[in-house]
Design a protein. Structure first.
Length: 640
């Protein structure tokens, strides 16, 4: 029986919450024979639309028919249309889907009781600390968690007879910069409320540090509280009074509920999980002994963690520098593969980089406005793959496989799939395994920022090189016939001379052509028809010598260089050319189509005076052929 697969979807901007949630899922799933696939991005409202679009495309990668169930961490990826699309795709695939955080129709909803913890917090501020004037710093207007927390604060304030209107609400859009601007605005006005109740801890910490720059002290001058009870809130100074949703418990409940659904057991819907208020220094209360001890150990713990982070940062920065030097897609592939083969301590022993088939067009497109709105291709090219500590030599996988070389006999894993993109354009994705600490510490986020930033700069280098090569190639193309011109021929001749001198070329052939009757066609039918006549003559030469380079070296002169198989088949090719030309001359074709071409062929076989002597012999043979052709057709002899 195939191992079950559960798809998870989340954004990673609230890394602490997400990491605890994932550990809770692991607690429940670790004893079950299943793998979890976390499709993770770092989309935020603060990004440009194009950058956010590139991040969110990773949610389009999985075909949900390949999975047995899905969990959407919806309060972390509440972007327009995203949740409804994911739920709809799960329903279409016929798999159970859980929405954690934001209720959705046609899903099992596991939601947090924002009201209980926020009500206790507001009651505490009013009854214990005498707060009368409250400002709520909300997230976004359409976020259900933020709206529920706001409503709880409003109801509790009104219950105590306090004024609470729309003027008591300011929206941060979950952006740190916006939260800092809000704090600066209040500081400059010189009028502070009794308390700021923030929709999450990070907004609270941003406001506290911003107020410090203006000499405003918390809680002496103003109370500030948060929500989520992040690990750093207890060691921050002042420690943050907050509401704890217990994200690890939420993850366990989601996993337990999914196990019930997979086994056909019924569940409650919605399932509501409690939250609890924790008082600390930012509201004027004291720090508990356990948190005080954690604060004392901060320097020691930071020293240990920073040593590991420093090594990881140097590794990532080194990878970024090498990527920035790449000027082609193949060079980029080789750089990533060679570098990670030598050192991958940060990425681990189960790590993979894959490029989508569309990546090559994305990276080399001459059209800077090129848009790529398509889904991922059916095949993904494997750039680097290490599994169970062994580097795998796998060239590509089907997109449905995601992880190269995976087997049901492997230990169960949580695979974390993140997008590699250049702005809105998908390039591919990377796969980490069981990287709970890397998500928690934001090291995974840093890694992806550097990879994707490098893609932006690599795109420019690759694009410029491709344009330069295109311009250089076009400078070697004859504008009328689209074959290579005399400049390209002379460069090729220099290359052949060099190879002969080095002893790396022992044989080659030269076929020289001169188009007959061009002057007569120009005089009788006009230069437009003369151009058509030349192009038809060139087409006949190219059709015969389609595996060899053809050059236009004069007004009516062409030359072909033969190497390899065309050199070996030179006699047969010349016979085929003559037969095609004879057939055209006997036909009822129009004058500009009935081409006549003189020809001469000579070979270099390691003897003689070199390639220039071969060209001269071919030229002499061509003029002998021209004389015979004129004698056969004297009508055109004086106008050839």
């Amino acid at each position: 029986m195939a191992r079950k697969k559960i798809a998870l979807f989340s954004a990673g901007w609230a890394s602490n919450i997400l990491a605890q949630f994932l550990r809770g899922i692991h607690d429940e799933f670790s004893s079950l024979d299943l793998d979890t696939y976390l499709f993770l991005c770092y989309a935020t409202y603060g990004q440009s639309e194009s950058e956010r679009s590139g991040e969110l495309k990773i949610f389009k990668l999985p075909d949900l028919k390949d999975y047995d169930g899905a969990i959407i961490i919806s309060n972390l990826c509440d972007f327009p249309g995203v949740l409804d699309d994911l739920v709809s795709r799960c329903n279409a695939a016929g798999i159970p889907v859980i929405s954690h955080g934001i209720p959705r129709d046609n899903a099992v909803n596991i939601i947090m009781d924002n009201d209980s913890g926020m009500n206790d917090l507001t009651e505490h501020l009013i009854t214990v600390h005498g707060v009368k004037d409250i400002v709520f710093i909300a997230g976004t207007a359409d976020n259900s968690d933020s709206a529920e927390r706001l409503e709880s604060v409003r109801n509790t304030a009104l219950k105590h007879g306090l004024s609470f209107t729309d003027e008591n609400v300011v929206y941060s859009n979950w952006e740190f910069q916006k939260a800092a601007e809000i704090a600066r605005d209040f500081a400059r006005k010189g009028r502070l409320p009794d308390a700021f109740i923030c929709a999450n801890d990070e907004i609270a910490m941003v406001m506290i540090t911003t107020f410090e720059d203006y000499g405003i002290s918390v809680p002496k001058d103003v109370i500030i509280t948060g929500f989520d009870n992040l690990p750093e809130t207890s060691i921050f100074y002042p420690s943050i009074s907050s509401v704890e949703p217990d994200s690890r418990l939420h993850g366990r409940i989601c996993a337990r509920t999914m196990a019930d659904l997979l086994n056909g057991r019924s569940t409650d819907n919605p399932i509501k999980l409690p939250s609890r208020f924790i008082s600390r220094e930012s509201c004027g209360c004291t720090l508990c002994p356990e948190s005080a001890l954690r604060r004392l150990r901060v320097a020691t713990d930071d020293f240990k963690n920073n040593r590991k982070k420093d090594r990881g940062n140097w590794h990532i920065f080194g990878l970024e520098r090498m990527m920035l030097k790449c000027e082609s897609v193949n060079e980029l592939r080789k750089t990533l593969s060679d570098s990670l083969s030598q050192e991958h301590f940060f990425e681990g022993d189960d790590f993979h980089i894959l490029f989508d088939a569309c990546a090559y067009k994305t990276l080399t497109s001459y059209d800077l406005d090129y848009e790529d709105d398509s889904d991922y291709s059916d095949r993904q090219d494997v750039i680097f793959s290490i599994r169970n500590g062994s580097i795998q030599n796998i060239r590509y996988v089907e997109s449905s496989q995601i992880v190269p070389g995976i087997s049901d006999t492997d230990p169960c894993h949580m695979y974390v799939i993140l997008p590699v993109h250049e702005g809105p354009h998908k390039i591919g994705f990377v796969v980490f395994s069981d990287c709970y600490d890397g998500i928690d510490s934001k090291e995974v986020m840093l890694f992806m920022e550097k990879i994707n930033s490098s893609m932006v700069h690599s795109k420019k280098s690759i694009y410029l090189k491709a344009v330069n090569e295109y311009v250089r190639e076009m400078s070697n193309i004859d504008s009328l016939t689209s074959v290579k011109n005399r400049s390209a021929y002379e460069a090729r001749l220099d290359e052949i001379k060099k190879r002969i001198a080095e002893g790396s070329l022992s044989e080659a052939g030269i076929v020289l052509f001169d188009v007959n009757n061009l002057k007569r066609i120009n005089d009788e039918l006009g230069h437009y028809k003369g151009d058509e006549y030349l192009k038809n003559a060139c087409h006949l030469i190219c059709a015969t010598y389609k595996n060899s380079p053809v050059y236009r070296i004069g007004g009516d002169e062409f030359i072909v260089i033969l190497e390899g198989h065309p050199y070996e088949a030179r006699t047969q090719l010349m016979e085929a050319f003559v037969n095609k030309m004879d057939k055209i001359e006997r036909s009822d074709a129009a004058p500009e189509e009935k081409v006549s071409i003189a020809y001469g062929m000579a070979v270099y076989n390691g003897a003689g005076d070199g390639i220039e002597a071969v060209v001269k012999r071919a030229d002499e043979l061509m003029y002998e052929t021209k004389k015979r052709m004129k004698a056969k057709n004297p009508v055109s002899s004086e106008n050839s």
